[in-house]
Design a protein around this ligand. Structure first.
Ligand SMILES: Nc1ncnc2c1ncn2[C@@H]1O[C@H](COP(=O)(O)OP(=O)(O)OP(=O)(O)O)[C@@H](O)[C@H]1O
Ligand SMILES: [Mg+2]
Length: 131
C-alpha cells in the first residue's frame, strides 16, 4: 500500500521526504533507532537524486511477506545513472564534494537494498526495513 509519493525537485523536498518517512515509520511502530536509520537513508538517497539527477521520485509504502510487515522506499530518477555501481557502493567513492558515504551508509542501515542503474537512463534504488 502506497503511503506517500514525493517529487524531488527542490532542496526543500528532501526535508518533506524525511518528514514523510518519519511519519510512516512512527505509525508502523518502528523503534526510535530504526526510525532514525530509515530517516537517515531517506535523507541520503533523496539528496543524491537532487544532487546528481536534479529531479526524481520517492515512494514510501507498506509491504508484507508471509511472516512480517515492513516499510519499502523507492528512489527513482532519470538522471545520468551510475556507470560502476559496485564502486559507487564502496565507502569514500564520490564524484562530487561529498564524503562518499551516502550509498554505503544507507545500505548498511537498511535490511534490504537493491540498486539498478543505467548510464544515460537513470537510477532506481529500493530499500526495505522489516518490523
Ligand atoms: N541518483 C544518482 N544518480 C547518479 N549518480 C549517483 C546517484 N546517487 C549516487 N550517485 C553517484 O554515486 C556516488 C556515491 O554516492 P554517495 O551518496 O555514496 O556519496 P556522495 O553523494 O558523493 O557523498 P555523500 O553522500 O557522502 O555526501 C556519487 O558521488 C555519484 O557519483
Ligand atoms: Mg550522497
Amino acid at each position: 500500500m502506497i503511503l506517500f509519493e514525493i517529487h524531488i525537485k527542490d532542496e526543500k523536498d528532501i526535508v518533506i521526504a524525511r518528514q514523510r518517512a518519519r511519519e510512516a515509520a512512527k505509525n508502523m511502530k518502528f523503534s526510535i533507532t530504526d526510525q532514525t536509520r530509515i530517516i537517515t537513508a531517506v535523507s541520503e538517497l533523496s539528496r543524491n537524486i537532487y544532487e546528481y539527477a536534479s529531479t526524481g521520485t520517492v515512494t514510501i509504502e507498506i509491504v508484507s511477506n508471509s511472516t512480517k510487515r515492513g516499510l519499502m522506499i523507492s528512489f527513482h530518477d532519470e538522471g545520468p545513472g551510475i556507470p560502476d555501481v559496485e564502486k559507487a557502493l564502496s565507502e569514500g567513492y564520490t564524484t562530487g564534494k561529498g564524503m562518499g558515504l551516502g550509498l554505503p551508509g544507507s545500505k548498511r542501515l537498511m535490511d534490504d537494498f537493491s540498486i539498478t542503474s543505467q548510464p544515460g537512463k537513470g537510477t532506481k534504488i529500493i530499500i526495505k526495513k522489516w518490523l
